[in-house]
Design a protein around this ligand. Structure first.
Ligand code: ADP
Ligand code: MG
Length: 288
């Protein structure tokens, strides 16, 4: 049987924008000592607008570069992908046919276009391929940059901008007031990550991390004796959500994140989880 006070609290929390999938998660929210947030789509809105398109290869123009990238990104659920596809649509660009689409989770996407291998991916992927980006493609923190590679050669890049969610700062500050350390783990580059971390006053930041590295971050915090919550929206966050003591999915995120999580933020508002932590502690105090 569920204690009455918990049953009541659970139904209240549903009204506060939370869907509790695992009942024990409600009682465990008050035990959280470390919160790890994903960035894109979690602390930020995850709605990207294209700010720059730069061609770096001969025989290619902006429309061809963007159209090719969009042909791949049409198949991806990632917020960056949606931003690129929307820009191509806005410009009325024709999209070439693609074959063998594959998602490189946490890095980008790949497919064959006109017999050529095309990759649209992160600065981290570029580094893996031992390709140095031109200085103008290095983010100043305000933009997220993805690179287009054709047959392994850098063909250009696309810069996009996202916005921090209006209530992220409040959520972070109030969690810190509860004695919780607040971290961010993102696949995005260091400059963007540092800019967001500074704005929000985070306790720590992990940038350019792949999905299995997000899991390791959670495990390391747990090994230090922390009771860890992870909040994320993406396919890349699902393994870390499963590893965390409390897994929290953003409502506007992917199905796989929601299926893996203990709690879903129905309205995608980070403060709803802060409310739950504060409420959980108050409810526990009442039960004692
Ligand atoms: P976050 O952890 O902040 O949500 P992700 O792990 O989802 O970020 O993505 C990490 C990085 O991988 C992105 O910043 C981007 O550079 C690249 N990336 C991921 N998916 C795509 C995609 N569909 N198209 C292009 N780049 C992508
Ligand atoms: Mg994300």
């Amino acid at each position: 049987a569920i204690p009455l006070v918990v049953a009541i609290s659970t139904s209240i929390s549903v009204r506060k924008g939370l869907l509790i999938r695992n009942r024990t998660a409600f009682e465990e929210a008050r035990k959280i000592t470390a919160m790890v947030f994903d960035k894109t789509g979690t602390l930020t809105e995850g709605t990207f607008g294209v700010t720059r398109v730069q061609v770096l290869a001969a025989g290619l123009d902006e429309a061809a570069l963007l159209g090719t990238a969009a042909a791949l990104e049409q198949q991806s659920q990632h917020p960056i992908a949606q931003g690129i596809a929307a820009e191509a649509k806005k410009r009325g660009l024709p999209l070439p046919a693609i074959q063998d689409f594959k998602s490189l989770t946490g890095k980008g996407v790949t497919a064959t276009v006109n017999g050529k291998a095309v990759v649209v991916a992160s600065p981290g992927y570029l580094k893996e391929q031992h390709i140095t980006p031109p200085p103008a493609a290095v983010s100043n923190g305000a933009e997220t940059v993805v690179f287009v590679l054709i047959d392994g050669k850098l063909a250009g890049y696309i810069a996009l901008a996202d916005r921090i969610r209006p209530d992220s700062q409040d959520a972070v500050q109030r969690l810190q007031q509860q004695g919780i350390k607040v971290y961010m783990a993102t696949g995005d580059n260091q400059q963007v990550a540092d800019a967001v971390a500074k704005t929000l006053g985070l306790d720590g930041v992990y940038a350019e991390v792949l999905p299995d590295q997000k899991v390791k971050i959670i495990k390391d915090l747990q090994a230090q004796g922390q009771f860890v919550a992870m909040t994320g929206d993406g396919v890349n966050d699902a393994p870390a959500l499963a590893q965390a003591n409390v897994g929290i999915a953003v409502g506007s995120g992917t199905d796989i994140a929601a299926e893996t999580a203990d709690i879903i933020l129905v309205n995608s508002r980070p403060t709803d989880i802060t409310n739950l932590v504060e409420f959980g502690k108050a409810t526990y105090a009442k039960m004692r």
